[in-house]
Design a protein around this ligand. Structure first.
Ligand code: CO8
Length: 378
């Protein structure tokens, strides 16, 4: 979009809802190992006969070293560590009750509205964007819109780990073009129902959280901390190396809609190798497009999937190791929260920047997909 005839657009508020339940690596590994031992005992004869591979045990040391993750939050902890269940026990809610994701979304949305100094009356559109939505329709966004008393319209969108930045792109375009004055984007990342807690390679990766962002015209902004969006950029490149086949067609396929391939699964090594260079190139090009150098960027609010991934990417961008101040890390506490990671980092670490400071918000993940925004503190 040419900026000539467009409104100047800012991020004026952000919100973060953190579930009250924590699962530490110790707890998770103890549960997985107890499950694996019980599985191996149950299948001892087949394992002994060489007809089946035994389940190998998980380790806290591996998880922390390979990922940097020390704990994760769970929307509902009950059931996840139960070796006879290995998934959260989330009761189905009646249609008259707020859905789980709408409830998560509303906490974060209210905080984002407060920090922007905005009320429901100021919002023209609500976008709920995340790696999954718990139902197809009515849209979670419309439920949130109704609960908060917002006029206008709402819709849901899915772009896996880039859902939050891609939603900010849509919000930016609407506000820039004048089709909305103020847009609320929300990312209720309820990942735990899709984690295969019986898979040693991925049982530790994800956590639940919700983030929200208010995007509005610069000339209406009254927030004490706001960031002009200088530009947005997106790219996608098809890959099956991060995949979930969960979907409504399973019923017609006559297959188990909750089978192993329907849950999150990945070739983590391949993803690491393929996504890191793409993300570096993407951000380098985006920053350079403005005539800025990488050292002009005061803060990199990066996707939070893996600590080594973030250190590698920020190191390649800066030509040296980035400090916490330059590229804050939240995944030790939050784990990978799908699309919310970069916005958790933004929410927790943005108020200390000075007027004129430049920042980059960038997410990368399944699809593959990469979304970024270059922003400047006002
Ligand atoms: N405990 C002990 N050892 C283990 C474990 C474990 N839990 N798991 C694996 N190992 C072993 C392996 O067997 C292997 O052993 P060996 O060398 O003998 O073969 C060794 O440890 C090394 O294994 P890996 O090569 O797999 O380990 P890595 O160092 O590559 O680390 C990671 C694995 C952490 C998965 C890493 O590759 C990674 O983080 N990659 C990036 C992944 C990524 O960013 N993916 C994007 C996912 S997010 C996304 O886009 C999806 C959005 C949807 C969200 C939905 C949520 C449900």
């Amino acid at each position: 979009m040419s900026k000539a005839s467009l409104n100047t657009v800012v991020i004026s508020g952000s919100g973060l809802w953190t579930p009250e339940h924590i699962i530490t690596n110790d707890e998770l590994v103890a549960s997985y190992n107890a499950w694996a031992n019980a599985h191996n005992a149950r299948h001892a004869a087949a394992i002994e006969a060489g007809e089946q591979e035994p389940k190998i045990l998980s380790s806290v040391e591996f998880i922390e070293k390979a990922s940097g993750i020390k704990q994760r939050y769970a929307y509902i902890k009950e059931g996840i560590l139960d070796i006879d269940r290995m998934r959260p026990a989330i009761p189905e809610r009646p249609d008259e009750t707020l859905s789980d994701q709408a409830q998560m979304a509303i906490h974060a949305a209210r905080q984002a509205l407060d920090t922007a100094g905005r009320t429901a009356a100021d919002i023209d559109a609500v976008i709920v964007s995340s790696a999954y939505t718990q139902r197809a329709y009515p849209a979670i966004a419309i439920e949130v819109q109704d609960t908060l008393g917002i006029d206008g319209f709402g819709f849901d969108m899915l772009v896996a780990c880039s859902a939050a930045t891609f939603a900010l792109h849509r919000a930016y375009e609407m506000v820039a073009a004048g089709t909305a004055r103020c847009v609320l984007t929300i990312n209720p990342e309820l990942t735990s129902p899709q984690v295969n807690y019986c898979d040693r390679d991925s049982h530790f990766i994800f956590g639940d959280v919700a983030t929200a962002t208010v995007v509005e015209r610069a000339d209406t902004c009254i927030a004490p901390h706001s960031y002009e969006i200088l530009s947005t950029r997106a790219m996608t490149k098809f890959s099956s190396h991060v995949r979930s086949n969960f979907g409504y067609v399973s019923r017609a396929n006559d297959v188990d809609p909750f089978g192993i391939d329907k849950l999150f699964n990945q070739n983590g090594r391949r993803v690491f190798k393929e996504v890191c260079p793409m993300a570096v190139q993407h951000m380098r090009d985006h920053v350079s497009h403005h005539g800025f150098s990488m050292s002009d960027i005061k803060r990199w609010w990066l996707h939070q999937a893996n600590l080594s991934m973030n250190l590698l990417i920020s190191g390649k961008l800066l030509g040296r190791e980035a400090t916490f101040d330059e590229a804050p890390i939240v995944l030790d506490r939050y784990a990978n929260t799908a699309s919310a990671g970069s916005l958790i980092a933004f929410h927790l670490y943005h108020q200390d920047l000075n007027r004129g400071d430049l920042g980059m918000i960038c997410s990368f993940g399944a699809g593959y997909s990469i979304g970024s925004l270059v922003v400047r503190k006002r």
